[in-house]
Design a protein around this ligand. Structure first.
Ligand SMILES: Cc1ncc(COP(=O)(O)O)c(C=O)c1O
Length: 404
């Protein structure tokens, strides 16, 4: 075991995370990432020193905050390779981003149109499309998975028809960690004239994302999984797509001119950002991206891949333990132990100061496909090291002893 564990080089950033006490193995980053000091400081500064509203104040403080807010939008654009910051829409998170697309872009769909999802999608990339189906009469198809838990792109290609207007897929599965070949998915979708939406919630914190190189049309992610604050996320879409999309929320900030007879709307991204935005959340997201870049996303990817490898190798040795997902998963390992409910695994691990997630992970159709009600899931972040894998393995050995 110790020879295997020697492979994962630590990133040595644990001391940046004040909410991780010594000896606590936090293995639930796929749910939400812990926050590094620079992000906490940016949030504190935003409220304690520089706070003001944006876009409408005539006083200097508000003008300065507006500059900082818009600089953050440019930072996000650069981080994901968007050609223009006008293509970056701030939302509450990936869930809101996908709902925005379903409401606004989806409003032009009609009976006979189809969209295609996959078996491994998070509920937030299923339910908004079902709500759209109920409003418009479109049909939803579901691409199957390969035996090792990837979206089966060959099967998807065979399913797609000119009736398909959208393919919406997770870039990285939140349960299996499987990484989508997004470029190939884009080619297949575009070949029938469909757009590709990528749910990048689990991808953006763990691998380099360049929306232009991926060839997708929409990209959604949440700040809180990227070491940033909760309540802030991003929808990216190509400028020409955003330009053609109607607003979905009405209110301040998204208008051009309002009379009781008629309202005209601001161009994107303002058209989709009704109301006072999460000003300080945006600043926190900026700090989070700077933090991730200071480590290097490629380093983070390699680090998490090494931890996944260690974990999978170590868990292979535990009796009656079933591993899900492919060996080259990005940062996430799901498993089950025969005869033990994942909640019991989670509770015993908690006693050992190991925090994992146990449940359906908002992916009930995937649980049904796997034939389990729930899984236990360990997911990694920059602060994890081989000591956390060792603690997980010790805890699981105790689970095995308790349950015989
Ligand atoms: C793949 C995936 N998509 C979407 C979401 C939803 O993100 P949020 O709850 O931050 O909107 C999550 C969160 O768990 C996720 O893992």
């Amino acid at each position: 075991m110790s020879t295997v564990l020697a492979h994962a080089r630590p990133l040595d950033v644990l001391s940046d995370f004040p909410a991780i006490p010594e000896g606590w193995a936090y293995l639930d980053t796929a749910a939400t990432a812990q926050k590094p000091r620079p992000v906490i400081d940016a949030i504190t500064r935003g409220y304690a020193e520089t706070y003001a509203t944006v876009h409408r104040g005539v006083y200097q403080r508000s003008a300065d905050m507006t500059l900082a807010f818009e600089a953050s939008r440019r930072r996000v654009a650069k981080f994901i390779g968007a050609p223009s910051s006008d293509e970056i829409v701030f939302v509450r998170g990936a869930t809101e981003a996908i709902n925005l697309v379903a409401h606004s872009w989806g409003a032009s769909l009609k009976p006979g149109d189809r969209i295609l999802l996959s078996t491994l999608e998070h509920h937030s990339n299923i339910v908004p499309w079902q709500l759209l189906r109920d409003r418009t009469g479109i049909a939803i198809d579901v691409a199957p998975l390969t035996g090792d838990g990837r979206i089966d792109l060959d099967a998807m290609e065979a399913m797609l028809t000119p009736q398909h207007k959208l393919v919406a897929l997770a870039h990285v599965s939140n349960v299996l960690g499987s990484v989508l070949d997004a470029r190939h998915a884009a080619e297949i979708a575009h070949a029938v004239g469909a757009k590709l939406l990528l749910d990048g919630c689990q991808a953006v914190p763990r691998l380099a994302v360049d929306v232009q190189a991926l060839g997708c049309d929409f990209y959604a992610f949440s700040g809180h999984k990227l070491y940033g604050p909760t309540g802030i996320g991003v929808l990216w879409a190509r400028a020409e797509i955003l330009d053609a999309m109607p607003p979905w929320h009405g209110g301040g900030a998204m208008i051009d001119r309002v009379t009781f007879e008629k309202t005209t709307y601001a161009p994107p991204p303002a058209r989709f950002e009704a109301g006072t935005p999460h000003v300080v959340g945006v600043l926190g997201l900026h700090a989070a991206i700077d933090y991730v870049d200071s480590i290097g996303i490629d380093m983070i990817y390699a680090h998490e891949r090494a931890l996944v490898k260690l974990t999978r190798e170590a868990l292979h040795g535990i009796n009656s333990l079933r591993l899900f997902g492919p060996d080259d998963s990005a940062g996430i390992v799901s498993f089950a132990i025969e005869g033990v409910h994942p909640h019991d695994i989670g509770t015993i691990l908690d006693e050992e100061r190991v925090a994992i997630r146990a449940g359906h992970h908002c992916a009930q159709p995937l649980m049904e496909h796997l034939g389990v009600p729930a899984t236990a899931r360990a997911s990694f972040g920059v602060y994890n090291g081989d000591q956390d894998v060792a603690a997980l393995v010790r805890g699981l050995e105790r689970v095995a002893r308790i349950f015989g």
